[in-house]
Design a protein around this ligand. Structure first.
Ligand SMILES: Cc1cc2nc3c(=O)[nH]c(=O)nc-3n(C[C@H](O)[C@H](O)[C@H](O)COP(=O)(O)OP(=O)(O)OC[C@H]3O[C@@H](n4cnc5c(N)ncnc54)[C@H](O)[C@@H]3O)c2cc1C
Length: 452
């Protein structure tokens, strides 16, 4: 009997799960359900618009989506259109590949002032995620503070300081380009509680900061240690040594008449957002690092800024009936198992860590669980032992009954073709942002359900 598998979420972990199941040669039907009409999760809405080559990984996902055993159901949100229980009643296995889309809040006094944004929201805004189209951050300031020492913080900083020419061949939406390039921003401060050795950047991303057309790097040489102290694996030590070398290289760069400055500031922990209704600055406490731990010193200083972006982590969206680890912000799981027939992969499983490829081993693991749990004798032999749940036919019946305007993969390709056709010269696409505009390409209406 053919095994039915529903994968919730069409980001990297969802596609890698489908691919891993196919590779096992199981007799299965795989349906990928995605809340947005558009697939690819954070590849479309997270990875920076000026990193188009990274986004090309979607070509492999496209091949998976076109496989005869796979079907895509976009614009179908679990919890809104269909409940998880209904899905589990229809499929032998359900895999949660829902990512970690929520910002970890900046939990300090003033953290809720106007002008303070989480990176998920801010990046979603400049990357055209429908949920954040109406964020409209006020960029009318000359200094911005970005909290966090990972690649997401670097992305936000880079996008804010790149020139229109540097961003011309990207798919950043018009509204974000107009707001960013029209803003008087001159200084962007990247703030880390720890030192440069502990920072989580990859070296390629860090090096880019020294190659900007109209922005130079500023940092205090006294904050750069001579060597990488502490216990690190050989690989991590090499990466950190490289990063230190890159930072040292920034010190020697001439200003070259550049108008903008990117300040790296380490050992600085935000303790309060300053201002009235709106942010006017950040109060920071100096720290030091002992045995990898942050130690407060009690000494504070203030930094003037009109915008704060907190890139301090992400957490998964809790789903009714699914155990949730509040502390880690993930779906509670044991090696990807959540409950019989229910699994979790990717950022929802392990939190926001690693690069796109880091989601592959998770997917392989879940495919092996599905094979072991549901097709014990059939692995590789094409003899699944699903217990006769309706699978795709059941899903389609529910969608029809509820008049859900779902989007097939062919529909998505039509949306994508419209985006590519509308692209300004040199740009890869002009993203459609509103869901109603995406559906209009297909001659469908969002009805009363979703207007984003
Ligand atoms: C700002 C940013 C930049 C990044 N840049 C890079 C980079 O340059 N290089 C790199 O290697 N990695 C990068 N990453 C990391 C990479 O994007 C992640 O590793 C990867 O996207 C995680 O995959 P995922 O499938 O777990 O989650 P996601 O990519 O978030 O996909 C989850 C999907 O599930 C859908 N979904 C959620 N809930 C539901 C529901 N209830 N019903 C239906 N669908 C649902 C979402 O809409 C989404 O499409 C970046 C991450 C961020 C945040």
């Amino acid at each position: 009997m053919t095994l039915s598998v529903a994968v919730i979420g069409a980001g990297p972990s969802g596609f890698y799960t489908a691919e891993a199941l196919l590779k096992r040669g199981l007799d299965c039907q795989i349906d990928i359900l995605e809340g947005l009409p558009t697939p690819y999760g954070l590849i479309r809405a997270g990875v920076a618009p000026d990193h188009q080559s990274t986004k090309r990984v979607t070509r492999a996902y496209e091949r998976t989506a076109r496989h005869e055993q796979v079907a895509y159901f976009g614009n179908v949100e679990i919890g809104r259109d269909i409940s998880l229980d209904e899905l589990r009643a229809n499929y032998d296995a359900v895999v949660l590949a829902i990512g970690a889309p929520l910002d970890r809040g900046l939990d300090i006094p003033g953290g809720d002032k106007r002008g303070v944004h989480g990176a998920a929201a801010f990046v979603g805004w400049y990357n055209g995620h429908p949920d954040f189209r109406d964020l409209v951050p006020d960029l009318n300031c000359d200094a911005v503070a970005i909290i966090g020492n990972g690649n997401v913080a670097l992305d936000v900083a880079r996008v804010l300081v790149k020139t229109p020419r540097e961003m011309a061949k990207t798919d950043m939406p018009d509204y974000a380009a107009a707001a960013i390039h029209g803003a008087p921003i001159r200084d962007v401060h990247l703030l880390g509680r720890r030192g440069p050795v502990e920072a989580k950047w990859t070296n390629v991303e860090l090096r880019e900061m020294g190659e900007l057309e109209d922005c130079r790097v500023v940092l205090d040489p006294d904050q750069l240690p001579d060597r990488v102290a502490g216990k690190w694996s050989a690989r991590d030590r090499r990466l950190r040594e490289k990063n230190l070398e890159t930072l040292r290289g920034f010190l020697g760069q001439p200003p070259d008449g550049k108008h903008k400055r990117l300040h790296f500031a380490f050992y600085a922990k935000p303790v309060e957002v300053l201002g009235g209704d709106r942010v006017t600055g950040l109060r920071l406490e100096r720290t030091r690092v002992e045995d990898g731990r942050v130690v407060d010193t009690g000494e504070t200083f203030d930094l003037a800024c009109g915008l704060v972006v907190a890139a301090i982590g992400y957490r998964a969206q809790p789903i009714a009936g699914v155990p949730y680890d509040e502390c880690r912000g993930i779906v509670s799981n044991r090696q990807g198992r959540v409950a019989p027939g229910l699994y979790v992969v990717g950022w929802a499983k392990r939190g926001p860590s690693g690069v796109i490829g880091s989601n592959k081993p998770d997917a392989d693991l879940i495919a092996s669980h599905v094979a072991a749990d549901l097709a014990p004798q059939g692995e590789g032999a094409g003899e699944g032992t699903g217990d006769g749940k309706p699978g795709r036919a059941g899903l389609q019946a529910l969608l029809a009954e509820r008049h859900v305007a779902w989007v097939s993969f062919a529909d998505w390709l039509a949306i994508e073709a419209a985006e590519i056709a509308a692209a300004p010269a040199g740009a890869p696409r002009q993203k459609l942002i509103r869901i109603k505009d995406m559906l209009a390409v297909l001659g469908k209406s969002a009805g009363q359900r979703r207007t984003g």
